[in-house]
Structures are given as structure tokens and as C-alpha cells.
Design a binder for this molecule. Structure first.
Ligand code: KG4
Ligand code: ZN
Length: 339
């Protein structure tokens, strides 16, 4: 079975083909970093216009022959969560393509796709496990009982981890998206020159709040001498504070459930220090194992959408011009999405 995956939830346009026998055949992404850099972030209207241009270019790029198009058995697209104008581009494109070629279409949840993406490459991941989902808009701890059964244990109350990375990076004068840039700068930072709070670690719940930390760090930046070394030291302390907070709460979740398997997914899971510290924690405290996906599949892409389409193929509908998106779509409410 071959699944075409289409991702346009925010600012990355992704198209991929997943083959159930051979794995991921193609995974192409066009990002909008130049545009976002110019504007200091994502502007929804501009992002959707850019998707309109990129999506046809990408389709032309990946389909060499008409025969290859005929080999596609299913089209999966991101229906939410995300920016409505961006989601609509991918949804309209997927539904029109399915309708015109008589291929079934399936709308899928972006966060579920992140969550299951490490399974694309590792057969060792077995249910149940704890998932730490960390992206530009989400910071969640989820007890994953089985495919489609997700218990939300912790959520972010304000800024998500990726958003906090991006905002602090901007204050440090770095490019967009700031997470990877801040992380690079932090490598030359000296540990413990600055120390920032680990928010909400003494609360009994598993929720997160990074907005106070962001304000605290922004004041430190303002008062600092702004030399490159000071910026690197601040970046290092900030990265440590966010990662420690994420892992302290994840540790609690693993203990609560008495589970030993951890999956970390979403854009921030590309962070090297997070992976390093998570591995240390899971080995020392649980004698368990942590899984993530390959680096190019950590941030938004069509590959994870195509793979989730394959896993959820039973829910696919006959091609119809009924275009569905759900900008606010919680992973713990998947069944509410009436197709
Ligand atoms: O999952 P994703 O590609 O998009 C959303 O669904 O939001 O995540 C993007 C986020 C951005 O905030 C970006 O700065 C962050 O992931 N990110 C990182 C790293 N790579 C991407 N944050 C920290 N360290 C990284 N290496
Ligand atoms: Zn994402």
C-alpha cells in the first residue's frame, strides 16, 4: 500500500510517500524560514499563500510519471491542530486530488502523527509508553495505552517549549526558527554562569508554564553586557532550565504509571541536550529506553502524516468534496472528529 502524506499545519509544506513494505520512499519539505525571518515570525495569511505555491511545486517535484500517481492507494492530510488558513490549503489540495483521481482520503491529527513518528524506524516501541510531545505550540505528557487511546497527563498553560525557545532566541538576536539556533549558541555557553528557575516543578500536577521563565530571562538579557559569550551563557542556562523542567515532569509521569518506555516527539525533540539528558534519566532511574525519530522527521513533515494515514487506513473515506479541518483538535479527543 502506498500513502501520499500532505502537511501544511503551520509554516512547513510537506509531501511524502509511505510504502507499507518499503517504508518512507519520499519526504520533501519546503520551509518558510526566509519569509519568517523577514517578518520576525509566522504571519498566517502569508504562510497560507506560500503553501499554495509550494504544494504544487512539491507535487511536481515528487511525481515523475502519471503511473506513479496511479500507484497511490490513500491520501492523508493534516486536518488539525494548526492555523486554519494553512490547514485549508493542504486539506483542499488533498481532497481535490483524491476526488479527481478517485483515491480515498483521510484527515489526520498532527500531534498524533508526531507522537507515532518514531515507530517509522523502530519496531522496539511497544504500547504502553509515556510520550513527551514538544513542539512550537504544544508541550504535553501523554500516557499512550494503544493506537488511538491517549490519556493527557500534562499540558502547557501558556507558551509551549518551542515557542519559549523561539522567543528567547529572538531576544538574543538569532534567526527564526530560534530553537535550533539557540541550541547551537548554547554549545559555546559556560554552564552555571546563570541559573534560571524550573517552573512548576513542585506542583503536584504535570502541567507546564514557560511564560514566567521567558519574562525572567528577557530581563536578564536586557541588563546583560550583550557580548557573544554572555549570550551563549544565557542560552545554555535557558536550555538547561527548559529541558530539566520537561524531564522532571516526565520522570513523575513514568513513576506514576510505572512504565519504562519513553517517546519524545515534536520539533523540540531534535534538541541534542534534551536527547542526552533523557537517555541518562531513563537509564539511571528506570533502566528503560527512550525513543525519538530521525532528525529530519522531528520537525513538521509529510512523512509522519503518510505513516499515520497508513496506521489509520480503516477510517479513510471514499473521495468526496467535503473538506474538513479542525484548527483546535486535542489528541485526547480524536473520536470527536466526526468524518
Ligand atoms: O513540531 P514543529 O516542527 O512545529 C510545530 O508543530 O509547532 O516544532 C517547531 C518547534 C520550533 O519552536 C523550533 O524552534 C523547535 O521546534 N525546535 C527546536 C529544535 N529544533 C526545532 N527547539 C530546540 N532545539 C532544537 N534543536
Ligand atoms: Zn509539528
Amino acid at each position: 500500500m502506498k500513502v501520499l502524506g500532505i502537511e501544511t499545519s503551520c509554516d512547513d509544506t510537506g509531501i511524502a510517500i509511505y510504502d507499507s513494505k518499503k517504508g518512507l520512499l519520499i519526504n520533501e519539505v519546503y520551509n518558510q524560514n526566509i519569509l519568517n525571518n523577514k517578518n520576525g515570525g509566522v504571519i498566517p495569511e502569508l504562510a497560507s499563500r506560500q503553501h499554495m505555491e509550494s504544494i504544487t511545486l512539491l507535487l511536481k517535484k515528487i511525481f515523475i510519471t502519471e503511473k506513479e500517481m496511479k500507484d497511490i492507494n490513500l491520501i492523508a492530510y493534516t486536518a488539525g491542530p494548526g492555523l486554519v488558513s494553512s490547514l485549508l490549503v493542504g486539506a483542499t489540495f488533498a481532497c481535490s486530488l483524491g476526488f479527481s483521481r478517485n483515491i480515498p482520503v483521510i484527515p489526520v491529527n498532527h500531534m498524533e502523527a508526531h507522537l507515532l513518528s518514531p515507530m517509522l524506524h523502530s519496531e522496539l516501541i511497544k504500547f504502553p509508553f509515556i510520550a513527551l510531545l514538544v513542539s512550537g505550540k504544544h508541550t504535553q505528557i501523554i500516557a499512550v495505552h494503544q493506537l488511538g487511546q491517549y490519556e493527557l497527563l500534562g499540558n502547557c498553560l501558556d507558551d509551549a517549549a518551542g515557542e519559549a525557545f523561539d522567543k528567547i532566541a529572538k531576544l538574543l538576536g538569532l534567526k527564526y526558527p530560534g530553537g535550533p539556533e539557540l541550541s547551537k549558541l548554547a554549545c559555546s555557553g559556560i554552564k552555571n554562569v546563570f541559573h534560571f528557575p524550573r517552573p512548576m516543578i513542585h506542583h503536584s500536577n504535570l502541567n507546564f508554564s514557560f511564560s514566567g521563565l521567558k519574562t525572567y530571562v528577557s530581563k536578564v538579557i536586557e541588563k546583560s553586557d550583550k557580548t557573544l559569550q554572555t549570550k551563549a551563557n544565557i542560552a545554555r542556562a535557558f536550555e538547561d532550565a527548559v529541558i530539566d523542567t520537561l524531564l522532571i515532569k516526565t520522570n513523575k509521569a513514568l513513576k506514576e504509571k510505572k512504565w519504562k518506555r519513553l517517546v519524545i516527539a515534536g520539533g523540540v525533540s531534535a534538541n541534542y541536550l534534551l536527547r542526552q539528558k533523557a537517555e541518562k534519566m531513563i537509564q539511571e532511574d528506570f533502566n528503560g529506553k527512550v525513543f525519538y525519530t530521525k532528525l529530519d522527521l522531528s520537525t513538521d513533515n509529510g512523512g509522519m502524516i503518510a505513516y499515520l494515514g497508513f496506521l489509520r487506513q480503516k477510517q479513510a473515506k471514499k473521495p468526496q468534496l467535503n473538506i474538513l479541518v479542525k484548527p483546535k483538535w486535542s489528541i485526547s479527543d480524536l473520536c470527536l472528529f466526526s468524518l
